[in-house]
Design a binder for this molecule. Sequence first.
Ligand code: ZN
Ligand code: FE
Ligand code: FE
Ligand code: ZN
Length: 288
Amino acid sequence: MTDVFHQVLPPDYHTHNHLCKHAEGEPIEYGRAAPAARVPHIAATDHCPTDDRYGSDHRMALEQFDSYLTSVAEARAGSPVPVLLGIEADYYRGCERFLGPWIERHPFDLVLGSVHFLNFWGHPVEPRGLSDRRDPDVIWMLYFQRVGELADTRLYDIVAHLDLPKRFISLPPESRLRELALPALDRIAAAGMAIEINTAGLRHAPRECYPTFALLRWARQCGIGITFGSDAHQPARVGDGFDTALRLARAAGYTTSRHYVRRAWSEIPLPEPAPIHARDTVPSLNLG
Ligand code: ZN
Ligand code: FE
Ligand code: FE
Ligand code: ZN
């Protein structure tokens, strides 16, 4: 009993599937990967369709959304762990017109909010134009402005990969980062939103989770909740790096993470770190 308890990690609230054209597998395969990864449940959060061809190469078409719902329902029915219905929805100026009523119409458990593009900057492809490399401070300034606007829409539950530009450009010095990010964090807190610890950064250029540790500490000080996400684009990535993410969360002062159902959240104690040699140190109960 103790072993099983100690081996559990937080749920994985950021997973993709083949519908977005750059991920592999069906939601049920991500669900099947969860037990081995010690993840108690997952959310399917594939890239949201749009009605305006925004980033259409990196997401399901609007007509495919029904098949997404079907595949998540199949995962719910057949996966060994519960599978929540989520979506990773982009924020960009003007997105609310479509996104607001569209999100309302569907029974989501959680909605991730992501800034993948500024006016001239793209994800997951190369940054567009050299100007962003020439003046990274402008990118960071615009990026955190957009994150603040994202929070103000009240359309989303969780900010995904809070410092995503570091995949392409260096983080600003900490004092400047604080100056740029704090207004956004205040707006996230005012919206009652959470941020995620996204472990995909461990595999990307920055080789650290999103967000960087300083941001996580400030988020904690602002009273912002957390979730955990692998941003898996392959089933085998479910729960990737969660032991690291858990240590970061604790180091930043977090003792709970948020669990979502139908867009309502509760704070659940963080799992204990896995004990070393638990079998040697815990007296075993021989129940025959
Ligand atoms: Zn993706
Ligand atoms: Fe994303
Ligand atoms: Fe993602
Ligand atoms: Zn992503």
